[in-house]
Ligand binder design. Structure first.
Ligand SMILES: *Cc1c(COP(=O)(O)O)cnc(C)c1O
Length: 409
């Protein structure tokens, strides 16, 4: 099955009981069983079935299966937000005294999270870019994970997955990739050596900007040595499912950040058009980026532009697609604000992956808590405007940006 067919048919059929063509929203808290024995078996993972929505729900289960099969993983766990997914992907394996290697060019919330984890004795060694060389320099006995975004938001730097995965694996360390901005349409990170993939499914997977959620997918390939990953002793018996079993029975269930069934439904619905949307979004983004390059005083950053430092990697790893985010520099905060305010078709909002074009000034919003150095490392300057390109007609978008830019130059 190719991508768009798989979105509709892989790992998904009509409901057995009713023939319903979509998995309905099971809007319930609990599931009854016919006997105390059956509930005992379900509770103890000895029989299939559901007990309580925080732990499992058919609508959620259907969404998880669909994402797992798209990513070619062995299973997935959906969460209440992308940040919950990022947090739990790490807490499932880390303990006080452990270290993570991560990029400084991360989503603002993720950088803040790494600082929050210091209070629990978990230290992050930041590198300006996640490359094999930079990771090798920071590795130590304490390193328990390498974490990166695939296309940094909003720096738009692209990571060469296989080379980093190789260094991590040589040292017995898993490679965790936040693939939110790339989506499975551009790449399946497991094919390039990643071990765990996380998404903020609030973005391109949902696709309509209608609900917040996240998801963690496991490749099943990493060997969790209980001597290094202490909590895994108890889960050895699950074999390649050890990470997922530990997550489901541990921090995910006990912290309690499950996805709402209604959100899982909206995500499954949105997911069916992921291929169509991404095709259009990437096309619009490339055309708009090329168009914006023609204006004096506007610096354009888009990974699939010829001359971009990641151009070759985009060809090799993403089949030439550059994603749907463009970052431009208007020269100053004043000009950036004026440009944003002059746009007619772009919505001023802190989100990406909507059908509408969205714009934001990251320096004064998402990165407001960051130091000047942190901002610059993340590709955020006074004049930076992040554009999450939508599916509008490209000539309308070009015309809109043209009139807005003319008013600031
Ligand atoms: C939005 C985003 C997150 C956080 O997701 P939420 O659903 O807002 O919690 C994490 N990583 C990236 C790359 C994002 O764009």
């Amino acid at each position: 099955m190719d991508f768009n067919t798989a979105l509709l048919h892989h790992n998904f059929g009509s409901e057995k009981n009713s023939g319903s063509t979509l998995t309905p929203i099971y809007q319930v808290s609990a599931f009854s069983q016919e006997s105390a024995e059956k509930l005992e078996a379900v509770f103890n993972n000895r029989a299939p079935g559901f007990a309580y929505t925080r732990i499992g729900n058919p609508t959620t289960d259907s969404f998880e299966r669909r994402i797992s099969s798209l990513e070619k993983g062995i299973g997935a766990v959906a969460c209440s937000s992308g940040m919950a997914a990022v947090t739990l992907s790490l807490l499932n394996i880390l303990q006080a005294g452990d270290e993570v290697i991560a990029s400084t060019a991360l989503f603002g919330g993720t950088i803040d999270l790494f600082h929050d984890l210091e209070a629990f004795g978990i230290k992050t060694r930041f590198v300006s870019e996640v490359t094999a060389e930079n990771v090798r320099q920071q590795l130590s006995e304490k390193t328990k994970a390498v974490f990166t975004e695939l296309i940094g938001n909003p720096k738009l730097n692209v990571v060469d997955l296989q080379s980093v995965a190789d260094v991590a694996h040589e040292n017995g360390v898993p490679f965790i990739v936040d693939s939110t901005t790339a989506t499975p349409y551009l790449v399946r990170p497991f094919e390039f050596g990643a071990d765990i993939v996380v998404h903020s499914s609030s973005k391109y997977i949902n696709g309509n900007g209608s609900a917040i959620s996240g998801i963690i997918v496991d490749s099943g390939k990493f060997k969790w040595d209980p001597a290094r990953y202490k909590g895994f002793e108890e889960y050895k018996r699950f074999g390649k499912f050890a990470y997922l079993a530990k997550l489901r029975n541990g921090v995910w269930r006990n912290i309690g950040c499950c996805i709402a069934p209604a959100t899982a439904f909206l995500n499954s619905l949105g997911l069916e058009t992921l291929g169509l949307r991404m095709e259009r979004l990437c096309d619009n983004a490339l055309q708009l980026a090329e168009f914006l390059q023609g204006f004096e005083g506007i610096k354009v950053n888009y990974p699939a532009l010829k001359g971009n430092p990641y151009y070759d990697l985009v060809q090799k790893q993403f089949n030439g697609k550059g994603g749907a985010i463009i970052s431009i520099d208007a020269g100053s905060k004043k000009k950036a604000f004026k440009l944003i305010n002059n746009l007619k078709y772009a919505t001023i909002a802190t989100n990406i992956g909507d059908l509408r074009t969205l714009v934001i000034h990251p320096e004064s919003t998402i990165f407001t808590h960051a130091t000047k150095e942190q901002k610059e490392n993340a590709g955020v300057f006074e004049g930076t405007v992040r554009i999450s390109v939508g599916i509008e007609d490209i000539e309308d978008l070009k015309g809109d940006f043209e009139q807005a830019i003319k008013q600031i130059s």
